[in-house]
Design a protein around this ligand. Structure first.
Ligand code: DLL
Length: 433
């Protein structure tokens, strides 16, 4: 860890120098090994030597999810298959998954990023880390696992699901740190309460890492209150080798994106034009410290912005904001753009609202309709019908005020919506049927 012990605090100039040398090496690698990049460079009349400074990076076209699918499985592989030691795939819901390959050094550098991220939030030797991210092809489990071991935590490879067993493990081994999806954290709290535990008092939890799906600041606050913990935002994607791409520090104001491993750009999602710091757009990432499958200018689909100010922690790596969602998550309801994350933010700010919600889209007489099904806290749900009606009117008015759409509202009892242990499925789209 020595060489990297101050990489978080080096000067901007040294960081950019490192980025440029790693970028050049990465370009040489993909150009000589990967059939996809060899072709792309040829088509554009480019060679790696044309990229002389970081400013030249936009000369290279974007790589998209479609490119990954069309060149599945080996088109972007940049080392001999013999040197690949692991395969992960993305959690794609449509078509072929995206395959991601790791060399031994890639496993080490991903683990290093997780260890660095966890250390930044105060996790240390002596902590008991229960990893509730799914193990298997999903990167969330194994990559976090290796990172936490590297930092010297006691790792419980619990994976996602089997919630009663999770609670038992947390209780018996006095778990202090957990990596989990925010939706599963809320589910976990439900089951704890159902089983007669008090999530605040009966456990030793102090740090939660929440990631792998979009969620609002209000949901973070809610989770912090339920468990009395510090919850930190954890961001990553399979294509960039999984979690550990960006992570919050103790200030919890945006996530430091590890710029010694990735070059970031923010572009207009519809035109691909570059946007300035502070402007919201699509995150584009170039991996500059990967061997097996580096990706150049990858359109992540994730909407965020770069904080123009330096963080109070004085780390040199710039911060990105909480991910608003994916550009293709945006719903258009009667001409109005709506992000599910905004619906969540508004709902979770209302004291009557419980822990789960779902958005159902339908089409009637050519008009798109949105219904929000929302769990209400027990106290409110058991009140009079008159009172429930008032809650419904309040939620509808709040959504209308802030989003300019008037959805139908369905109030539900606590724990009545389907619960998931991984990434939540919030949108039920019936429009195609
Ligand atoms: O979700 C990797 C990961 C595992 C990240 C554990 C964090 C913790 P994929 O399955 O490929 O990989 O999904 C990546 O999930 O492009 C985002 O759209 C979304 N996502 C990941 N982290 C966050 C987050 C893993 N903190 C996709 N906030 C990404 C919002 C997130 N969205």
């Amino acid at each position: 860890m020595n060489q990297n012990s101050n990489i978080e605090f080096i000067s901007r100039e040294s960081l950019e120098k490192l980025q440029l040398s790693r970028l050049k090496e990465t370009l040489r690698r993909v150009y000589s090994f990967s059939p996809f990049y060899k072709n792309l460079f040829k088509k554009e009349g480019l060679t790696p030597s044309k990229i002389k400074s970081l400013k030249d990076l936009p000369l290279i076209p974007f790589t998209t999810r479609k490119d990954l699918r069309e060149n599945f499985p080996y088109g972007l592989l940049s080392i001999p298959l013999n040197d690949v030691v692991r395969l992960h795939t993305s959690t794609g819901t449509t078509g072929k998954p995206k395959a991601v390959f790791f060399s031994r050094n890639d496993i080490n550098s991903s683990a290093e990023l997780i260890a660095r991220s966890m250390k930044m939030t105060g996790a240390e030797k002596g902590d008991v880390f229960q990893n509730m991210m799914g193990y298997g092809l999903f990167t969330g489990g194994l990559i976090s696992h290796y990172g936490a071991e590297r930092l010297g935590l006691l790792v419980i490879p619990a994976g996602a699901g089997n919630t009663e067993r999770q609670i038992e493990l947390m209780f018996d081994f006095k778990t202090t740190v957990v990596h989990i999806t925010p939706s599963y954290a809320l589910y976990l709290a439900d089951v704890m309460e159902e089983k007669g535990f008090n999530p605040k008092k009966d456990f030793n939890l102090r740090i939660l890492y929440l990631g792998a799906e979009p969620y609002s600041e209000k949901t973070r606050e809610k989770i912090e209150r339920i468990f009395t913990v510090d919850a930190y935002n954890s961001y990553g994607l399979s294509e960039m080798n999984g979690p550990g791409v960006a992570f919050e520090c103790k200030y919890k104001e945006g996530m430091h994106l590890w710029e010694d491993n990735f070059i970031m750009e923010i572009v207009d999602p519809s035109t691909g034009e570059p946007l300035k710091e502070g402007e919201e757009g699509e995150l584009v990432l170039t991996s500059i410290n990967k061997e097996a499958m580096p990706i150049i200018r990858y359109r992540t689909g994730d909407l965020t912005y770069i904080y123009p100010e330096k963080c109070n922690c004085s780390r040199v790596h710039r911060r990105i904001s909480r991910i608003k969602g994916r550009a293709d998550d945006m719903l258009i309801i009667r001409g109005v753009n709506v992000f599910p994350s905004e619906v969540e933010r508004i709902l979770m700010d209302l004291p009557e609202v419980g822990r789960n919600y779902q958005i159902v889209l339908d089409r009637k007489k050519d008009l798109d309709k949105m219904k929000v099904r929302v769990e209400i806290k027990r106290d409110f749900f058991d009140g009079s019908l008159d009172h429930l009606k008032k809650v419904e009117i309040k939620i509808k008015a709040k959504l209308k005020d802030e989003l300019m759409v008037t959805p139908e509202i369905e109030l539900l009892e606590p724990s009545s919506l389907p619960r998931t242990t991984g990434k939540a499925k919030r949108i039920i789209d019936k429009r195609e049927i």
